[in-house]
Write a protein that binds this ligand. Structure first.
Ligand code: ADP
Ligand code: MG
Length: 556
């Protein structure tokens, strides 16, 4: 440890592993490329799906970049950033998660030869930022506004956006069926910001086409006691009472202790309990409500009581569902049954209990404030419905974004042909010209990958696209990959549309991530975190020095 001649300065704890400089940067870039290679093949309508199973035996089949990245359980510290941007893209705009990962990795890949040649990362970073700024400006310029159109027109335009999102998913075949449903759901919640106001209920069985939209709330019949079947199951314009109290006769808890001097008093205590619950039930019935929903249990006594009075009740309603009922039917959740005034009761046009597959559903439709919608999703295998739900989520987000920002751009890689950037680069003297050109080239990864995934000759298609986009008149700017013929086509005319915000956000996030990774030239790993993160982390960190497993992921 110690040297006789020179005292050694120990700065970091023993066992600390540091690696720095160019080698570290290149190793980080390699790890990111490895991650991108995993999701690469899922891009676009002809993309493949991934089946991921975790150590608990759960199986997920997905095409969604964010879902895959989350399940991959990446341990490489730099590559983790890609997982984070996929997540942020998912929460910001909901779609374009594969796109953002591919772009970031491609920016880095283009940067790699420069780094190896000794270019200082800061020069690259500066040029990349400029390039992204220019690219986004151009997208904004090319975007088409849907503002000022009538609702019907808007709806059909939004349905096109939803269909584009869905076309790359497992349920792509049914996009014509689901796209209008998604649009109706989003339009019906209006300005409501809470996304969970659109409920998605999954009922295995049947076919996808048995799925339906409820303009209001629907939830699975809750657990019920005897007597429930005697309750009416259909009401027109009922009043709805929402509670957060238990309507149950409490049996004594084990630790309850009652001291009685006279055995006859026992009956009075039992009576008191009965009186309390009957008092509560009377008040509920007197309120005029025909439907009683509670977040807590409604016991057998109460169920029978309500049945005798032609009132419908459901206990243990999930919080989310109850919130949706509040949003749709009005009213407020009561924590006491005293003083129930009319204003706290909700209402809807029609309530009914309906059989859906093997399940029974409580459906509230025609709600006055109507800030909710529920999609009841049918289909075969569990994994299939799960993926369908994720896909619908993407589509819902996209429609919401398009509705809010109201600009769309051509999809199919049209926006990624960056003639503008290349053109601009030529006007710059100095190294920056090369960097911006590389950035422009990296953007083309989207159309290239769309072709690769569909089995087309990417070089051929890209050459055609570049030629179209170079037309002086600018009329070719909307041309993208034609997924049906293997050639090129006007994406706008083909209704392959995406909200501009998807692209803007993807480019911003990917550039930020790439710049972040480029700005890291040293990784320090202290011994403690190593033992905490386990051996997998250690080997992944050493990826560049031959110890790692090379792909930046834990081996199964
Ligand atoms: P992401 O997770 O990034 O949304 P997707 O697998 O959904 O990835 O693929 C989206 C890409 O597929 C977008 O670039 C979009 O323009 C393109 N795309 C979607 N539908 C079509 C289509 N019908 N023809 C050509 N490209 C399409
Ligand atoms: Mg998508």
């Amino acid at each position: 440890m110690s040297s006789m001649m020179q005292p050694q300065i120990i700065l970091l704890k023993e066992g600390t592993d540091t690696s720095q400089g160019k080698a570290q940067l290149v190793s980080n870039i390699n790890a990111c490329s490895a991650v991108a290679d995993v999701v690469r093949t899922t891009l676009g309508p002809r993309g493949m799906d991934k089946l991921i199973h975790d150590d608990k035996g759960g199986v997920t089949i997905s095409n969604d970049g964010a879902t895959i990245m989350k399940l991959l359980d990446i341990v490489h510290p730099a590559a983790k950033i890609l997982g984070d941007i996929a997540k942020s893209q998912d929460s910001e705009v909901g779609d374009g998660t594969t796109t953002v990962v591919l772009l970031a990795a491609e920016f880095l890949k283009e940067a790699k030869p420069f780094i190896e040649d000794g270019v200082h990362p800061q020069n690259l970073i500066r040029s990349y930022r400029t390039a992204s700024y220019l690219a986004i400006e151009k997208i904004r310029e090319l975007a088409i506004s849907i503002e000022g159109k009538s609702l019907e027109e808007k709806k059909s335009l939004l349905a096109k956006c939803a269909a584009t999102t869905l076309s790359s998913k497992l349920i792509g075949g049914e996009k014509e069926f689901f796209a209008p449903m998604v649009v109706d759901a989003v339009v019906s919640i209006g300005d409501e910001d809470r996304l969970n106001m659109i409920g998605i209920k999954k009922v295995p069985g049947g076919t996808m086409r048995d799925s339906f939209l409820v303009n209001g709330v629907a939830f699975k019949k809750t657990f019920s006691y005897a007597g429930f079947e005697q309750q009416p199951k259909k009401f027109v314009n009922p009043k709805i009472l929402l509670l957060n109290i238990e309507l149950e006769l409490k049996s004594e808890k084990e630790n309850a202790e009652i001291r009685l001097s006279d055995p006859t008093q026992y009956q009075s205590i039992v009576d008191a309990e009965w009186n309390i619950i009957y008092d509560k039930l009377d008040k509920c019935a007197q309120s005029g409500a025909k439907i009683v929903l509670s977040r807590l249990a409604i016991g057998d006594l109460a169920t029978q009581y309500f049945a005798d009075r032609d009132i419908f009740c459901a206990g243990r309603v999930a919080e989310e569902d109850l919130q949706r009922v509040v949003a749709a039917a009005g009213g407020t959740v009561q924590t006491s049954v005293n003083n129930i005034i009319d204003e706290v009761l909700g209402t809807c046009e029609l309530f009914e209990e309906r059989q859906v597959g093997n399940e029974r559903f409580n459906i509230f439709s025609g709600c006055p404030s109507g800030h909710t919608a529920t999609i009841v999703l049918r289909g075969g295998a569990d994994q299939f419905i799960e993926e369908a739900e994720r896909s619908l989520h993407d589509a819902i987000m996209i429609v919401r974004r398009a509705l809010k920002n109201s600009t769309v751009v051509a999809g199919g890689g049209a926006i990624d042909i960056s003639r503008y950037l290349r053109h601009h680069a030529r006007s710059i003297a100095g190294k920056s010209q090369l960097f911006i050109n590389s950035y422009a080239k990296a953007l083309e990864v989207i159309p290239r990958q769309l072709c690769d995934n569909a089995g087309f000759d990417a070089t051929d298609v890209l050459n055609k696209l570049r030629q179209k986009h170079a037309l002086a008149s600018g009329e070719g700017a909307a041309y993208g990959v034609d997924i049906n013929t293997g050639g090129i086509a006007d994406s706008l005319a083909n209704f392959v549309w995406e909200p501009a915000v998807v692209k803007v956000n993807a480019i911003n996030a990917a550039t930020e991530a790439a710049c972040l990774i480029l700005s890291v030239d040293e990784t320090v790993k202290n011994p403690k975190s190593e033992s905490a993160q386990g051996e997998a982390a250690a080997s992944a960190m050493g990826g560049g020095r031959g110890r790692g497993r090379g792909r930046g992921m834990r081996r199964r």
